[in-house]
Design a protein around this ligand. Structure first.
Ligand SMILES: *Cc1c(COP(=O)(O)O)cnc(C)c1O
Length: 235
């Protein structure tokens, strides 16, 4: 299967799940994740209509940006992985979106660097919906407080929430993570009216995007099902 065929297949699976859930497929955004894959794969997907790509490492994303920006200036980058504060300056230079905001220190640094560049950034707050200690993200119970404080940073266009669910064959445990995100989203709407426009809910990957859509995902981040499998440690 080519990348274009895989993209078509994922779009049709998204559409089918939406039909089952009585949702409009236009309410689900597919973010293809090109991490570990060469720039040539990004070009192939771009030629099939993809504009924005997810990457979880800044260094790798920046390399592809530098390689492709002259010939493909329309390509945009979304950083979806945890970010060290000292990488904020790089992200501020080239990224269009950052999905893993989980500390005020990082928010402050990004805002400062973005102002210096005269840029803005779409941002999602990462929530640790599985409670696993090795996962990044703010705790579900802290999300509302955290959200309120982000209004101080005007270069950050906060759009919603992101999570990585538990990696498990037990669908009910995966679904429980997504359900927790629905609860957090509701809390935000009810308790923090200033962030009521945070409608994006980024959750679901190759192995669980259909469950995520069933639980209200508006963005799914799909890598391997589009670009082929990665070596297990190739995160
Ligand atoms: C790698 C990654 C994905 C995509 O995972 P696949 O299994 O390749 O679909 C989604 N979200 C995050 C945060 C990732 O790091």
């Amino acid at each position: 299967m080519t990348i274009a065929e895989n993209l078509e297949m994922i779009h049709s699976r998204i559409a089918q799940t939406c039909r089952q859930m009585d949702r409009d497929p236009a309410t689900v955004r597919l973010l293809p994740v090109s991490k570990t894959k060469p720039a040539s794969d990004v070009v192939e997907a771009a030629e099939a209509g993809v504009r924005r790509f997810g990457e979880n490492r800044v260094q790798e994303a920046m390399g592809k940006w530098q390689e492709l920006s002259d010939d493909h200036p329309q390509i945009e980058w979304a950083i979806i992985g945890h970010l060290q504060t000292n990488k904020a300056r790089d992200v501020a230079r080239f990224a269009s979106e950052f999905q893993a905001l989980d500390s005020l220190r990082l928010a402050r640094e990004l805002d400062k660097r973005l102002h210096a560049q005269g840029r803005q950034l779409d941002v999602l707050v990462e929530v640790n919906s599985s409670g696993e200690p090795q996962k990044s993200g703010v705790a579900p119970s802290e999300a509302v407080d955290f959200a309120r404080q982000l209004s101080a940073f005007d270069a950050l266009r906060v759009k919603g929430l992101m999570t990585v669910a538990l990696h498990s064959d037990d669908e009910s445990q995966v679904a429980a993570c997504f359900q927790r995100m629905r609860v957090v989203q509701e809390q935000l709407r009810n308790e923090a009216s200033e962030v009521s426009s945070w409608n994006d809910l980024s959750m679901g990957m190759s192995g669980d995007f259909e469950i995520a859509i069933a639980h209200g995902a508006t963005t799914v981040r799909v890598g391997q099902a589009i670009f082929g499998s990665r070596p297990p440690m190739g995160q």
